[in-house]
Design a protein around this ligand. Structure first.
Ligand code: ACM
Length: 530
């Protein structure tokens, strides 16, 4: 009897031990959750002789294989050669159709990731990295058994546009910090980074034909610090770095409001006309055809506060469109992605007729340079060009106007995924004009039912903006973006009927450990047992 109990106890311990070293595939801390996971039994273990075998035709395949090898080498200490000859980790590209779908098969002999698109292979790699013990994120050798549970994963995203936005205008964000953010986005399978490059407080991108934009307009930021800007070379470097991680940069020049940095740089862009009686009047009160430049224009003052809605370009001034044309042309020339964001939000001091006139002319300029416009939801009060996108942040009726015109909506509801909103009233930074957004609230919503009348077929995708009125450095970015960006990534990737808050809250601690190892100071939400 005693012996039987003893045997049972030992058996139990062994079973527990086996469980700990070989968890099920479906119990891995995967974020975003794949659409389908089928458990097998047993495990695969990486060893000193493991390598990566490439199958398929693409110049990029070697770089994709090297990306994986570079992620595996530091913590394992293994060589992980990449070749077309042999290797237990097979990366198989079966086509080149841009697909983001992938399949992973883990057997006792190895791991095979298959996709008909390079992006799909890349996402399979991100999943594989999350299937390994979290210590794989270390930059030095760890004494860990590098095991992966056997089974199969079939996966593809719900939405083709899964983005985040960095406001590099309110506070300038360095190239290194943007690259840090890109690396974090890649781990979450996000594929668009929207850079809010201009606002009242700063102009952050070099425009060669209008150099004072950065000389003057880039010289400060919220709170009066030194600001900064990206040269076109630095911007191109970020674009390339993002593209290597299957992330497309969307540049934004916010206009006609949020333009004080430009108005402080060039006096002649300021609204106002010389009336026939020699007096100066607001351009908003002048007839639309009255398009003379000012005789003695005054530049506005640089601005370092955080009020919104008080600046405007001069929609009736022809020079405004020559300016916009140069800016759109220069930025489009160094932006391979399809989109150009024209802002269009909170133009409270622009007359509505002038606003519509401005947006329609600017859309034409963007189209002339081969790009598709995205604008904040207010732009849907103008006639949108076919294919242009309205980014819903505040007004459902604007999203509906876009839909009624046959245009798609990008979902960024401020009450759910504005990453600069405080978690609660004790959060050390952030604002709360839209809501306090705890992690569960950031997770518990569904893009296809959030706004009345806006269904999945009307939606391009989902984007989480991070405004930086209160954000000054990487620690601040990390604290506000993580873990909420992971919640947003799952909302955008995983079908609603496959995901639950309960499941997410059990999987996010593994990601928390990865962030800890990577030195990412995320917010340890009390809603999760970390
Ligand atoms: C916005 O938050 N003003 C788009």
């Amino acid at each position: 009897m005693k012996k039987t109990l003893w045997t049972l106890a030992i058996g139990g311990l062994l079973a527990l031990g086996a469980c700990q070293t070989s968890p099920k595939l479906s119990e891995s801390g995967l974020i975003p959750l794949p659409q389908q996971i089928t458990d097998g039994s047993g495990k695969f273990e990486l060893s000193n002789s493991s390598g990566i075998k490439l199958v398929g035709n693409s110049e990029r395949l070697t770089r994709i294989g090297e990306y994986l090898a570079e992620k595996l080498r530091p913590a394992t200490g293994y060589d992980i050669p990449v070749s077309y000859d042999a290797g237990e980790i097979v990366l198989e590209l079966t086509g080149n159709d841009g697909s983001e779908a992938y399949e992973i098969q883990v057997t006792g002999d190895g791991v095979k990731i298959t996709s008909s698109g390079e992006a799909g292979l890349f996402y399979g790699i991100q999943t594989l990295l999350q299937l390994l013990p979290v210590e794989i994120s270390n930059s030095s050798v760890q004494n860990v058994a590098w095991v992966i549970p056997q089974g199969t994963i079939q996966d593809e995203p719900e939405y083709g546009y899964r983005g985040s936005m960095l406001d590099v205008a309110r506070h300038f964000i360095s190239v290194e910090d943007v690259k840090f953010y890109i690396d974090q986005m890649a781990q979450l399978k996000l594929n668009y980074l929207h850079l809010h490059l201009t606002d009242d407080q700063g102009w952050r991108i070099e425009i060669k034909s209008w150099p004072k934009l950065t000389e003057i307009g880039g010289s400060t930021q919220v709170g009066g610090g030194p600001g900064g800007f990206y040269t076109q070379e630095q911007y191109k470097d970020m674009v390339a770095y993002a593209a290597e991680r299957f992330i497309t940069i969307v540049p934004e020049v916010d206009m006609p409001g949020h333009t004080n940095a430009a108005l402080a740089s060039y006096a002649e862009l300021n609204p106002g006309v010389n009336l026939p009686n020699g007096k100066l009047d607001s351009v908003n009160k002048a007839p639309l055809d009255y398009q003379m430049p000012l005789k003695n224009p005054q530049a506005s003052e640089l601005y370092t506060g955080i009020e919104v809605g008080w600046s405007t370009f001069a929609p009736k001034l022809e020079l405004t469109y020559a300016f916009v044309d140069s800016v759109v042309r220069e930025i489009s020339e160094i932006t391979p992605g399809p989109y150009f964001h024209i802002g269009g939000d909170e133009s409270h001091v622009t007359e509505q007729d002038d606003y519509v006139y401005f947006i329609e002319r600017v859309q034409d300029i963007v189209s002339k340079y081969g790009k598709t416009s995205i604008g904040w939801d207010e732009v849907a009060t103008a006639k949108l060009l076919p294919g242009n996108v309205a980014q819903f942040w505040a007004k459902e009726e604007n999203a509906k106007l876009a839909k009624e015109q046959g245009n798609k909506v990008l979902m960024s509801p401020a009450k759910k995924i504005y990453l600069d909103m405080q978690y609660d009233s004790t959060t050390r930074i952030g604002l709360h004009w839209a809501a306090y957004i705890e992690l569960d609230s950031a997770y518990l919503w569904e893009p296809s039912t959030y706004a009345e009348g806006i269904a999945k077929e009307n939606i391009l995708g989902v984007e989480a903006p991070l405004w930086t009125e209160t954000v000054t450095n990487r620690a601040d970015i990390s604290y506000l973006a993580f873990p909420r960006l992971a919640a947003m990534a799952e909302v955008a990737w995983t079908a609603q009927d496959k995901r639950t808050w309960e499941g997410f809250s059990k999987r996010i601690p593994a990601q928390g450990k990865r962030w800890d190892i990577q030195g990412v100071g995320f917010y340890k939400s009390p809603k999760v047992v970390w």
